[in-house]
Design a binder for this molecule. Structure first.
Ligand SMILES: Nc1ncnc2c1ncn2[C@@H]1O[C@H](COP(=O)(O)OP(=O)(O)OP(=O)(O)O)[C@@H](O)[C@H]1O
Ligand SMILES: [Mg+2]
Length: 168
């Protein structure tokens, strides 16, 4: 099985590699200021998706979970990628220390793990990437745009997926 397009904005991943591949297909559509909020339970594949995005942007450095650093910057690609993991953050006031307000919505592409808990403090213009665990290695990945830029981004991603994989 390979990455499949189930319907508009909904994809089926059968492996870690498929999820990374989707990230790679997302990368060319990204522009400075784009915000992706990656949603899904522990170990669902948010970091692997990010790995694919970094590779797709042309940054070959390893992507690991920035759980302890809270933020990792991958600036070896076409545009900078800011990878946040807000899992350990308990209070919204702690966001200030992560540096997120310096870049969110302005510079590079921001990918957030566990960002939905602070949705009110962050931005209301973002592309939700919802990853659901269907089985041991199967995932459904759905794009949920919020705002007009996110709508356009989701459409560009969907076009890229349609053109690059088998399926509908
Ligand atoms: N289809 C799939 N897509 C992504 N990862 C998968 C898939 N199938 C199995 N996996 C495995 O699931 C795990 C996903 O780990 P990853 O660190 O990407 O998750 P995460 O959502 O970032 O977790 P956390 O919430 O702890 O940050 C890896 O061990 C990966 O090999
Ligand atoms: Mg992670």
């Amino acid at each position: 099985m390979a990455l499949e397009r189930e319907s508009a904005l909904a994809y089926a991943s059968a492996s870690q590699e498929d999820t990374e591949r989707l990230g790679e297909l997302v990368a060319p559509a990204l522009a400075d200021g784009d915000v992706l909020v990656l949603t899904g339970g522990l170990g669902v594949g948010k970091t692997h998706f990010t790995k694919g995005v970094a590779r797709g942007l042309g940054d070959d450095h390893p992507v690991t979970s920035p759980t302890f650093a809270l933020m990792a910057v991958h600036d070896g690609g076409r545009i900078p990628l800011f990878h946040f993991d807000l899992y350990r953050l308990e209070h919204a006031y702690e966001l200030e220390d992560t540096g997120i307000f310096d870049v969110l919505g302005y510079e590079g592409a921001c990918l957030l793990e566990w960002g939905e808990q602070f949705q009110d403090e962050l931005t209301d213009e973002f592309l939700g990437v919802v990853i659901e665990r269907m089985g041991e290695t199967t995932r459904r990945i759905t794009l949920e745009p919020h705002g007009s830029r996110a709508e356009a981004l989701a459409q560009a991603i969907d076009d890229a997926v349609s053109q690059n994989i088998e399926g509908k």
